[in-house]
Design a protein around this ligand. Structure first.
Ligand code: OAD
Length: 257
C-alpha cells in the first residue's frame, strides 16, 4: 500500500471518511439507475441480453436501419423521462455540494438522472439520451426529448442526413477532452486524500473500467459499490456489495471532519 492510501482515513470497519483535504472522483454506471426502474445492460434483465447491441448501438447498425435504432432510443427516452433520481443519485449531488471543486462525477449513464438530481460537476462520457446530433455534418448537439413515432427518422435541417441520438456507440471514440479533465482532476488533488469511488458498473467497458488503475497510479484510495461482482473488482481497495441507493447514502452521508 503506498503512502497516500495509508493516509486515507478509512476506519477499521472500512468506512469511507472524507477528511478536510479530500477530493472525490466518482464513476457511475447503469446499476446506479436500476433503483429508478431503468434496466442495466448486462446481467439478468439487461438490455444487451435481449437486444443486439451491434444493431442498436453502433454506427453500422444505424446506417443499416436508422428507424430500428430510433425505436430503441425513443423507448429509452420514454423510460428515462418517467424515471426519477433515487437516493444514490441524490447522495452524489449532496456530496458535490459539500466538496465543491474537490468533486468530479464521471458517468457512463446517458439517462440524465444525475443532472436531474442536482449534479453539476458531471462528465457524461457516453453522451446524452435526451440529445440529438447529425450523423452527417457537425451541426451542434441539441436537446431533444422526442420519442419518435415508429418508422420515423428525423433529418438534419442543415444537410438532410439522418439525425441520431447524442450517445456514444460501440466502435466510437470518447471525447479526449473528457479523459483529460479526469487526468487534470487527479493531478490537481493528488497531494491530499484522493478517493476514487465506482458505483453500479460492471467494469466491462473501457476506458471507464481502467479509471480505477489510473486513480491508483495517482495514489487514490479506491472503493467499489456494486450489486454483483464487477469484472475489475480485484483492482479496488474496498468493495461493498449491494444496492447503490442504500450504500451510497451510507458511505457518503458524513460531513467532512
Ligand atoms: P452494466 O449493465 O454493464 O453493469 C451494471 C452493473 O450494475 C452490474 O455489475 C450490476 O451488478 C450492477 N447493479 C445492478 N443493480 C444495481 C444496484 N441497484 N446498485 C448497485 N449496482 C447495481 O452497465 P455499465 O457498467 O454502466 O455503453 O455498462 C457500461 C456501458 O456498457 C454502458 O454505458 C453502455 C453499455 O453498453 C454504451 O451504450 C456505449
Amino acid at each position: 500500500m503506498d503512502d497516500c492510501v495509508a493516509r486515507a482515513t478509512s476506519s477499521a470497519d472500512g468506512e469511507l471518511e472524507l477528511g478536510p483535504d479530500a477530493a472525490l472522483l466518482v464513476l457511475t454506471g447503469a446499476g446506479v439507475s436500476a433503483e429508478s426502474g431503468l434496466p442495466t445492460y448486462r446481467g439478468s434483465g439487461g438490455l444487451w441480453r435481449s437486444h443486439a447491441f451491434e444493431r442498436l448501438a453502433s454506427p453500422e447498425g444505424f446506417q443499416a436501419d436508422p428507424a430500428l435504432v430510433w425505436r430503441f432510443y425513443s423507448e429509452r427516452r420514454d423510460a428515462a423521462l418517467k424515471a426519477r433520481p433515487n437516493a444514490g443519485h441524490r447522495a452524489l449531488a449532496d456530496v458535490e455540494r459539500r466538496l465543491g471543486e474537490r468533486f468530479l462525477l464521471v458517468t457512463q449513464n446517458v439517462d440524465g438522472l444525475h443532472r436531474r438530481a442536482g449534479s453539476e460537476r458531471l462528465i457524461e462520457i457516453h453522451g446524452r439520451l435526451l440529445g440529438t446530433r447529425c450523423s452527417g455534418c457537425n451541426r451542434p448537439e441539441s436537446p431533444d426529448e422526442t420519442a419518435y413515432a415508429e418508422g420515423e427518422v428525423p433529418r438534419c435541417e442543415q444537410c438532410d442526413s439522418a439525425l441520431r441520438p447524442a450517445v456514444v456507440w460501440f466502435g466510437e471514440a470518447l471525447d479526449p477532452a473528457h479523459l483529460e479533465a479526469v487526468d487534470d482532476f487527479l493531478d490537481r488533488w493528488r497531494g491530499g486524500q484522493l478517493v476514487f469511488l465506482a458505483a453500479g458498473t460492471s467494469g466491462a467497458v473501457w476506458p471507464a473500467a481502467g479509471l480505477v488503475d489510473l486513480a491508483r497510479s495517482r495514489g487514490a484510495e479506491t472503493w467499489l459499490v456494486n450489486a454483483e461482482r464487477a469484472d475489475n473488482a480485484g483492482r479496488f481497495h474496498h468493495v461493498r456489495r449491494g444496492p447503490s441507493g442504500t450504500l451510497l447514502p451510507e458511505l457518503l452521508g458524513r460531513r467532512p471532519s
